[in-house]
Write a protein of this length. Structure first.
Length: 340
């Protein structure tokens, strides 16, 4: 069915979704559709773009039951201040993860054929420091999995292990790239690995507990550092700037609560380089009240750099933070610790 304009939600209805989460099926229903096809996907995508919106993950490729976050479209330098306004300090959106988000899930899989001798499998396991290796004929015909434990079990029974009698053939833990990661973690914990198929049924990788540990360190560290920075900023700035300094920025009817400010507003409280003369004068007073004895220009510039990095995290920039950006967060957090 081709989507017609009469079925399109208004711009106001779409804008009301900003910052909310919804399923692909919910979005399709707003356009009078039940499934994606080559007719309606471009129409829905264009309607979102015209409203200045996008979804993460993209509604065009994620599962129908996936919960998507509706965000501003093409957040860039001109829109960083708006991006800052979307996410309250200390609150970063929760991201859903798929099996395919783990690099090793698509990193290829070493396997042996069912006709291979056992020593071929064990040699590869020693060479690659693997605890298991699948036995696959062709690209997708799984025969079993050889593990060090399954080999030892044959010795315990007084048998000479072979590839045929040592491979595990029942309850082989397998997943597909589009499966939800968290729902498969108990299985990964039980077996120690998951064989991963692509949507076409071909085995494309294997996930182990070490892969999960490494990936979550990569994903969690930036969130942790940004949270640490925000906490330390409130401890550093809050006692001196709560009240009148905040009201000078937000208006006389504001509560004056420093913790209610957005990250970009921290910069306005301190920056001596801003257009508004009144805010600039207040910032001079605010900085003097801190009495830190550090270079103001450098501090504000670093604070602004942290704001930009924070926006990358908060709005799910597909590119992971570079080691240099991680170091920037660590350094600024360390500076705030000294100022405390």
């Amino acid at each position: 069915m081709i989507v017609t304009d009469t079925r399109r939600p208004s711009s106001q209805e779409l804008l009301a979704l900003k910052g909310k989460t919804l399923r692909v099926t919910d979005l399709l229903a707003m356009f009078g559709e039940r499934a994606r096809n080559f007719h309606n996907v471009p129409v829905i995508e264009r309607a979102l773009q015209e409203a200045g919106l996008d979804t993460h993950p993209s509604f065009t490729t994620c599962g129908l039951a996936t919960r998507m976050l509706v965000i501003a479209h093409n957040i860039g330098p001109a829109g960083e201040e708006e991006a800052d306004e979307e996410v309250q300090p200390g609150i970063l959106p929760q991201q859903s993860f798929k099996i395919g988000d783990i690099p090793s899930a698509r990193g290829g899989v070493f396997s042996v054929k069912s006709t291979a001798p056992l020593h071929t499998a064990t040699y590869t396991m020693r060479q690659k420091n693997y605890s298991q290796i699948p036995v696959i004929d062709g690209m997708a015909e799984i025969k079993g999995v050889i593990t060090w434990s399954s080999i030892a079990a044959r010795y315990e029974k007084g048998e000479v292990p072979t590839l045929a009698n040592a491979m595990v053939q029942d309850s082989i833990p397998m997943a597909e790239v589009h499966h939800d990661l968290f729902s498969r973690l108990p299985e990964l914990r039980q077996y120690g690995y998951l064989l991963v198929r692509d949507n076409n049924g071909i085995f494309v990788g294997i996930i182990t507990g070490d892969d999960i540990t490494g990936q979550f360190h990569t994903l969690a560290l930036p969130f942790f550092l940004v949270g640490e920075i925000e906490s330390r900023l409130r401890l550093c700035l809050g006692p001196k700037l709560t009240g009148d300094p905040v009201r000078a920025l937000k208006g006389p009817n504001h509560s004056g609560d420093f913790s209610k400010l957005m990250f970009g507003e921290y910069i306005k409280l301190l920056s001596g380089d801003q257009q508004n003369a009144g805010l600039r004068a207040c910032a001079d007073t605010n900085w003097a009240s801190l009495g830190w004895g550090v270079d103001r220009t450098q501090f504000v510039a670093q604070l602004d750099r942290v704001r930009i990095i924070r926006n990358q995290i908060a709005h799910f920039d597909e590119e992971p933070l570079s080691p240099h950006e991680i170091d920037e967060l660590r350094e600024f957090s360390g500076l705030l610790k000294q100022l405390l």
